[in-house]
Design a protein around this ligand. Sequence first.
Ligand code: TPP
Ligand code: MG
Length: 329
Amino acid sequence: MSRVSDERVAGAIEDVGLYAQLYRRMLLIRGFEDRVQSLFLRGEVYGTTHLYSGQEAIAVGIASLLGPDDRVACTYRGHGHLLAMGTDPEALLAELLGRETGVNGGLAGSMNVVDPEHGVLGCYGIVGGSIAAATGAGLSLRGTGAVAVAYFGDGTTNQAYFFECLNFAKVFELPVVFVCENNGYGEYTPFEAVTPGGIVPRAAALQLPTTELDGMDVLAVRAAGAQILERVRAGGGPEFVEARTYRFVGHSRSDPGKYRPEGELDRWRERDPLVVTESFLRDELGMGADELKEVTESVETELDRIEAAALAAPFPAAVSIPEFNDGRT
Ligand SMILES: Cc1ncc(C[n+]2csc(CCOP(=O)(O)OP(=O)(O)O)c2C)c(N)n1
Ligand SMILES: [Mg+2]
């Protein structure tokens, strides 16, 4: 599977084929996460998981603008970023199931996948680790036209890495795009409760150009992202994005999300990125119901195959797997 837009770049706004691909990739991520959840409940997943459901438009929109020389650094909520960059979904699921055929031989698990072949420097369990990794990559990419993208959450803007790395990137005008996925919560804490002054002013204070965008709309992400990436590739220095989004599930596998105010999830579900994009394809680009159904069904068929293959894959020989499955998160 290739990156969403290896050959296609920004400007192809009216291209039905491209948007159908973006929609398909988002469906794949959602379906993948649904399966991870049910496999987790069946005791098949080793370690913990943090699902990306609800946030798909950000990873897919940005990845659709990246080329083979660009690099991304992700968080422990990284399945969506990996799949958007073209990581083989079967190898990713096998990784989560601790199998030898996993992206990292079944030894990285959900939180620490590395996939350099697809431009992924790594997924980081340490909050803010992705910011540091992308900043370092930016240093080595300076002057090449390639960029490094850091994905991180709202809560991460309270972490020391955030200030230190944004400052460093600005001082050296590094080609880094800092993408803050504001999903409203850091674990169980609403971001408003711990972020005096909001997020964007923090980056603006360090003189990074800032963009706030609708992280539930892949078209909005892609349109703004195209302009940002053009500037950063041209040597304009680092930029900051706050993409407003929502996670449709709890923080991690053991969180039912009960701290959310009543009705909040339902309100965000009305702006589900899959619904937003499906409506656009149908109403603006004239895609028929049959075609849309075909996309959905082909994703489910692919996921059926992937799940069966990952479950049938062998465990790595040298590791005693049960030791890793003692219920700790
Ligand atoms: C350095 C560090 N501090 C604390 C934690 C525990 N921790 C894991 S996720 C998380 C919340 C991060 O929230 P946010 O940045 O909004 O990302 P989200 O999980 O919402 O995607 C915390 C505090 C950690 N993993 N690393
Ligand atoms: Mg968050």
